[in-house]
Design a protein around this ligand. Sequence first.
Ligand code: NDP
Length: 336
Amino acid sequence: NHQIHLVSRPAGEAVADNFHMVRTRLPTTLADGQVLVRHHYMSLDPYMRGRMNDAKSYAAPQPLNEVMQGGTVGEVVDSKSPAFAVGDKVVGMGGWQEYQVVDAGKPGMLRKVSTEHVPLSAYLGAVGMPGVTAWYGLTQIIAPKEGQTVLVSAASGAVGSAVGQLAKVRGARAVGIAGGPQKCAYVVDELGFDACIDYRQHADLKSFSQALKQACPDGIDGVFENVGGLGLDAALQRMNAFGRIALCGMIAGYDGQPIPLQQPQLLLTHRLRLEGFIVSEHMELWPQALTELATLVGTGKLKYRETVAEGLAAAPEAFLGLLKGRNFGKQLVKLV
Ligand code: NDP
């Protein structure tokens, strides 16, 4: 069984040398209650960058010289648990490795899923943690009314793409921000957003704000923020009174750079509500969210795109690429 460990913590930008591939032996027999899962896909997510630092945060840091933690989907290949049979498709937190031995008795360790209407990989994206993140921020914080305008950054990504489509399902107007003409075209033409702004074309606040004015003629009622920086500053200028900001991520600052707000007073003058959230702290809503997401994906109403790196060894580079926007849609690593 090959694994990738975190062997050093980044000073500033994360680099490939922070990771190291090791080979471990799988146990020859399983203990009672254990299940052996062969991973088909692993998920690479921006939050992993934060956990590489040894800093106080909402989650404990990733331990050094241990397998990188993360979401996985795969197939049960051996089982000593009555709850799982060989051949079952499962979602878990198996980490950056080819196989995992998991104590299936512990709640929340492994979840059986059906691949009848939803492809296995989607359980790491649109019908998984990123999808629920989109659902939570949109429905619980922004709660758009019909006809209202919702703006979302990193709009072509795993979370952002779902935010806009869920907003459209609720009768809202969806406007995206993404990097480059290709991603913007996808967001509008394939995902059905009403408009998308290429932030690379707008290097200063005035130009960004002007672009938002054009794309959002009735102002902005809800912002789903994934990035931080100029886009958020421009959005604040264009927000309507009593708008809501779901602060989901600030990927522009994940290497440690500060991202100050240029005009925080707009929160007051526009009477805005800004709320940060962590999706894993709202487990009670996951079943409801996953049911809607699975139905929408199964019926083709929720579209998504994946960038798939091949093989475990490709994971570190693919992860670094995710932090630079080289992914286009949900970043996965395919193992089988
Ligand atoms: P994405 O699939 O959206 O991939 C990340 C995208 O972010 C890139 O494709 C890129 O898109 C954009 N990006 C990367 N670096 C920068 C940068 N320096 N400046 C601007 N844009 C950048 O990832 P996810 O959908 O998985 O995650 C989206 C956000 O949601 C992240 O901030 C993540 O941390 C957050 N998140 C928060 C959760 C929570 O519970 N609060 C849970 C899950 C995710 P582009 O090329 O368009 O710039």
